[in-house]
Design a protein around this ligand. Structure first.
Ligand code: AMP
Ligand code: ZN
Length: 465
């Protein structure tokens, strides 16, 4: 497998520290609101990395943290008049509901920052002891000039002077000493910890250094987060972890690009974002969004439009129809000695693309080639049994990598209604047949009519055919 590494700016061969446990750490959501679809693009990429590693035969431990204490969570819980814990718990629940909607497989651990405060304190104390951190009037700061490699990931330059910043977010031009621990102020209300360190709370960056160390150890194989996290978040994580552990922190840094709206980053602060729930309210299936994301390379910016999403909703429906037709086709011939036919070689090329820096766009072209082959067979009205077996095996394997098809069952009463509709139509009772179709639609399904009075039933999507 090959991966693009932000640290070296090269595509490199992936060699894990231990094949029996690839250590994969991904920066998770800040749980103060619903995740927006830009965040979801990044979370889908985390899922693709994990699936690809697993399908390649590696064992994987994936950790995705939940940032449940920081400037934003505190501010927003206060605005809502809620206690921080009850406030963030709600958004954690919504986060899991949302990732399920786009078929993201669960990571192994989802640690919450507030459950790892002791680990954070230990690192802060260790950094003071080692001379990398100092106490100021409003908190404890990391002295970036003490860490000789500061800037190695992002290219940020250490300026002169001793300016420092308490906020979690700032830009590269202002590389400066940053807060490891923030002394309590009125704004923090009842959010503070006060033994061993001054009454206060952790800075955002120390949270990930602490949780990755606790759950994965000193050196990670892959660390990921959206490109906006390269600076300052990941640069600061390196400074903290390498100064504390005296070990290389991360071997491969993977940074997916942003989802844009009208050329600008989709962000809550710009008020230009949509959630998956917004898409659903407009009648879209979140799985169409997943397909749309995977049809682009993760290292390219991608502009979100509803027009494009409609196209993917139709594509998803076409895929489902092809697969349902395949199931119905009469199978001819016998199972003989297995040879690699076209579906088998498409699968091989698909895997090659996935292993070239997770090139889902190129991989999907091979998936679509099989769908085209299926449609050809369906139009012919039969398929050779061996070809059928090979195609279904290839589609299933591909889906383990990309997860674009999510199983759902058509209830039996719906199938029965569809059958009754068919008989009514054969007897020319069109009105009654249409009534059945409407009942089926109300239940969330639709009938796609095929030649010779045949049909398939699929999920009803407003923007399908
Ligand atoms: P946050 O909840 O803001 O901490 O972000 C969670 C993840 O989403 C991080 O990895 C961010 O880098 C990523 N992210 C934020 N905005 C976007 C965007 N517009 N497109 C893609 N990823 C994003
Ligand atoms: Zn992080």
């Amino acid at each position: 497998m090959q991966v693009y590494n932000t640290l070296t700016k090269k595509v490199e061969k992936f060699v894990p520290i231990d094949e029996n446990e690839v250590k994969l750490y991904c920066c998770g959501p800040t749980v103060y609101d619903f995740v927006h679809i830009g965040n979801v693009r990044t979370f889908i990429f985390y899922d693709i990395m994990r699936r690809t590693l697993l399908e390649d035969g590696f064992k994987v431990k994936q950790v995705i943290n939940l940032t449940d204490v920081d400037d934003k969570t505190i501010k927003n819980s206060k605005l809502r008049g809620m206690n921080l814990d009850e406030f963030t718990k709600k958004y954690i629940e919504y986060f899991f509901e949302d990732i399920d909607k786009v078929n993201i497989k669960r990571a192994d651990v989802y640690p919450r920052a507030t459950e790892n405060i002791e680990q954070m304190k230990a690192i802060v104390l260790g950094l003071i002891e080692r001379g990398y951190a100092y106490t100021a009037e409003d908190g404890i700061y990391y002295s970036i000039s003490k860490f000789k490699d500061y800037g190695k990931l992002s290219g940020a330059k250490v300026g002169g002077g001793v300016s420092r910043i308490k906020n979690d977010e700032y830009d590269k031009e202002n590389a400066t000493d940053f807060a490891l621990w923030k002394n309590w102020t009125d704004d923090d209300g009842d959010v503070y910890w006060d033994d061993n360190l001054p009454k206060g709370r952790p800075g955002w960056h120390i949270e990930c250094s602490a949780m990755s160390l606790r759950y994965l150890g000193e050196t990670l194989d892959i660390h990921s987060g959206g490109v906006d996290l390269i600076f300052p978040h990941h640069e600061n994580e390196i400074a903290q972890s390498e100064a504390y552990n005296d070990k290389k922190f991360v071997n491969y840094w993977a940074h997916p690009e942003h989802l844009l709206v009208d050329g600008k980053k989709m962000a809550k602060s710009l008020h230009n974002f949509f959630t998956l729930r917004d898409l659903e309210k407009r009648g879209f299936d979140p799985m169409s969004f997943r397909l749309m994301m995977l049809d682009a390379h993760y290292r390219s910016k991608l502009d979100f439009t509803f027009e494009a999403l409609k196209k993917y909703e139709k594509t998803l429906e076409d895929i489902e129809i092809a697969l349902k037709r395949l199931e119905k086709l009469p199978k001819t011939g016998e199972m003989e000695v297995k040879v690699v036919g076209s579906a088998g070689s498409e699968l091989e090329e698909f895997k090659t693309a996935m292993n070239k820096d997770f090139d889902t766009h190129s991989a999907l072209l091979h998936f679509f080639k099989i769908i085209n082959l299926i449609n050809e067979k369906a139009n012919k009205g039969e398929i050779n049994l061996m070809e059928y077996e090979e195609m279904t095996a290839a589609i299933q394997k591909m889906n383990l990598f990309v997860g674009i098809l999510k199983d759902y069952t058509v209830p039996e009463d719906i199938s029965k209604l569809a059958d009754e509709r068919k008989s009514l139509r054969l007897n020319g009772k069109w009105n009654e047949a249409d009534k059945k179709r409407n009942v089926i639609k109300e239940a969330g399904f639709k009938i796609i009519d095929l030649p010779n009075s045949d049909y398939v039933i699929i999920k009803d999507r407003k923007y399908g055919r």
